[in-house]
Design a protein around this ligand. Structure first.
Ligand SMILES: *[C@@H]1O[C@H](CO)[C@@H](O)[C@H](O)[C@H]1NC(C)=O
Ligand SMILES: *[C@@H]1O[C@H](CO)[C@@H](O)[C@H](O)[C@H]1NC(C)=O
Ligand SMILES: *[C@@H]1O[C@H](CO)[C@@H](O)[C@H](O)[C@H]1NC(C)=O
Ligand SMILES: *[C@@H]1O[C@H](CO)[C@@H](O)[C@H](O)[C@H]1NC(C)=O
Ligand SMILES: *[C@@H]1O[C@H](CO)[C@@H](O)[C@H](O)[C@H]1NC(C)=O
Ligand SMILES: *[C@@H]1O[C@H](CO)[C@@H](O)[C@H](O)[C@H]1NC(C)=O
Ligand SMILES: *[C@@H]1O[C@H](CO)[C@@H](O)[C@H](O)[C@H]1NC(C)=O
Length: 535
């Protein structure tokens, strides 16, 4: 700085303050390191004004450049970097460094008056290295206070935080921010799982630039909460050896580990699923019991138990079987004891049916008090039929059948059929005699045994000689009993028009006379009428 300039400046420091006219815009004016800045004037200079630009870092003041009507003079320290526009007096500083930050002043010395102004210039470092760090590697919900620090390099930084895209705002109690020049601290007291389910971003910015941190996550461990078993309400009885199982569910991070209990006894099982197989293998389930599970989180050291579910494991019934008398059963002579058992399973209900209707007890039919057997003290033919034993428990139903055959009969035989028949008429005689086993049938005519052994005796074309007394003999080979029935059949000569036998005889004779007369007439006529010889 030459002496003249210095004196000029010295002088101005007194006179300039006299005029509080604003010739420079309000500051601060920011520019990035390495960039250029132009300080423009709000005052339009006149060609013969002298414009003096100076710099002060707070301690010392330095002349930068001076514009005179004769030209621009740049201070040696600013050679090549500073320039003043000769038309409007604006100062441009190129290739800015941090040292260029400070107060810049201008004095415009005109025709008798001098205007001065000042502007603050800030040369800003670029914003970079924005990063979030946590004081804890992992946190526990409701227990941990998490402090996240976002740091960055750059000048005059302002920080802001976002969770995905929504801003994180301080609530004054749980969430607070503490900002310094180059960092921002986010303190989260009693952290919740939702607080940091980010990703979380931190943005550092100044008036010229901004930069964002990489995505940040912090694992917040939580749970177990709300432990419950499905099915919530199992049926009272569960069929043994089925694929039934209980599932224990909870919300927990990291996933919970589970312990199962039968009443208060721990069950040796791992994992969230307790199978019926495990329950049965360890001998649980035979009696009604409460099953519950306890969930435990290794990180939070918390545990919680489910409500209990209650059921009994029941074996299904298998191999229902009726035991019945082995010998021949004879009506009016034998008794029968039917009993019914299951090979396995707990039978809780026994039902006896006969021909699909409930079996009723009576004087001769006694159903035991536990219903496991039926005793018929004296069999009747009505006891024949299909017997069903139905075994039931809560989880299954099984049946067995027995067809009871009671020997009886034959009952009195009976023949149905015509008593009278015309010549050549078809005649069917049917013999019935209820019997078990079915009776052997023998037919007799007037006491003579006939060949037919079936119940039906059929005469295709009735002849006079078929008349007589037909006897049906029914014989039961087991009981050795025989019953018989006699039936009279008359084969008649003529169509019965309801006339008496005498009248019929008269008609027959008249017809015969008429016939004889006709024949005689034919013979007479043949004699009278000459027959022409064919030759
Ligand atoms: C100086 O300012 C004038 C008027 O604003 C402008 O037209 C001219 O380009 C400037 N000169 C330089 C070298 O920047
Ligand atoms: C800064 O100024 C220098 C010299 O005055 C010039 O060469 C350069 O182009 C300018 N840069 C910008 C970004 O204006
Ligand atoms: C953060 O968590 C989110 C969601 O859980 C996931 O998509 C993302 O990849 C994680 N980012 C990091 C850096 O762990
Ligand atoms: C949670 O906080 C309680 C009380 O402050 C403490 O006793 C417990 O150990 C903490 N749990 C964990 C897992 O740090
Ligand atoms: C009937 O029962 C008696 C004894 O009760 C027996 O002697 C007789 O042989 C039985 N009759 C038949 C046909 O089984
Ligand atoms: C019928 O048989 C069952 C099973 O063998 C037996 O328990 C029961 O006492 C018998 N009933 C009679 C009346 O004999
Ligand atoms: C059977 O007896 C009746 C009456 O005694 C008699 O009319 C009939 O001709 C006899 N039938 C035979 C085939 O002997």
């Amino acid at each position: 700085m030459d002496l003249f300039d210095f004196l000029l400046l010295f002088l101005l420091s007194f006179t300039g303050s006299c005029f509080a006219q604003s010739v420079l815009p309000p500051g601060p004016k920011d520019a990035a390191v390495g960039q250029n800045v132009t300080l423009n004037l709000l005052y339009v200079t006149k060609p013969d004004d002298i414009t003096v630009w100076s710099y002060s870092n707070g301690a010392t003041a330095t002349n930068v450049a001076t514009l005179r009507p004769t030209g621009v003079q740049v201070n040696a320290a600013y050679k090549g970097r500073a320039s003043v526009n000769t038309t409007n007096g604006y100062l441009t500083l190129a290739s800015l460094t941090a040292k260029d930050s400070g107060e810049y002043s201008v004095s415009i010395i005109g025709d008798g008056d001098t205007l001065t102004g000042e502007i603050k210039v800030r040369v800003l470092d670029p914003v970079s290295n924005v990063v979030i760090k946590s004081d804890l590697p992992e946190a526990i919900e409701q227990n941990s206070t998490v402090v996240l620090t976002c740091s960055a390099s750059g000048s005059f930084l302002k920080f802001s935080w976002t969770n995905i895209t929504s801003p994180i705002v301080a609530d004054g109690t749980r969430l607070t921010f503490t900002d310094t020049d180059n960092s921002s601290k986010l303190t989260i007291k009693d952290v919740l799982r939702s607080d940091l389910m980010g990703p979380i971003f931190c943005k550092a910015e100044n008036s010229l630039q901004s930069a964002q941190s990489p995505a940040f996550n912090l694992t917040v461990y939580y749970g177990p909460d709300n432990v419950f078993i499905t099915p919530l309400k199992p049926t009272e009885y569960i069929e043994s050896k089925t694929d039934f199982n209980l599932t224990c569910s909870t919300t927990s991070s990291p996933p919970a580990t589970f312990t199962w209990f039968h009443n208060t006894t721990p069950i040796k099982a791992t994992g969230p699923i307790l199978t019926l197989k495990t329950i049965e293998e360890q001998g649980f389930g035979k009696r009604i019991g409460d099953y519950s599970c306890r969930a435990q989180n290794a990180k939070t050291s918390r545990m919680a138990s489910s409500a209990a579910v209650r059921f009994t494991v029941m074996e299904p019934i298998s191999g229902a079987k009726i035991t019945y008398p082995s010998g021949v059963l004879i009506a009016g002579n034998s008794s029968a004891n039917l009993s019914c058992q299951a090979m396995s399973g707990n039978v809780t209900e026994i039902t006896w049916l006969k021909d699909d209707k409930p079996l009723v007890s009576g004087p001769l039919v006694v159903i035991s008090s536990d219903k496991s057997s039926v005793f018929i003290s004296l069999l009747k033919k009505e006891d024949n039929g299909l017997y069903t034993c139905r075994l039931r428990n809560a989880v299954s139903k099984k049946e067995d059948f027995y067809k009871m055959v009671v020997i009886y009969g034959p009952e009195p035989a009976k023949v149905e059929g015509d008593n009278q028949a015309q010549l050549d008429q078809r005649v069917v005689l049917t013999c019935a005699a209820a019997s078990i086993p079915p009776a052997n049938i023998t037919w007799k005519l007037n006491g003579t045994v006939l060949n037919t052994k079936t119940n039906e005796f059929i005469i295709e074309n009735a002849l006079y000689k078929d008349s007589g007394t037909y006897t049906c003999e029914a014989y039961n080979a087991v009981t050795g009993r025989t019953t018989t029935y006699s039936h009279v059949l008359m084969v008649k000569e003529e169509i019965d028009n309801g006339l008496s036998d005498g009248a019929i005889a008269g008609i027959v004779i008249a017809c015969l006379v008429a016939l004889a007369a006709s024949i005689a007439l034919i013979f007479y006529c043949r004699q009278k009428v000459p027959v022409e010889s064919p030759y």
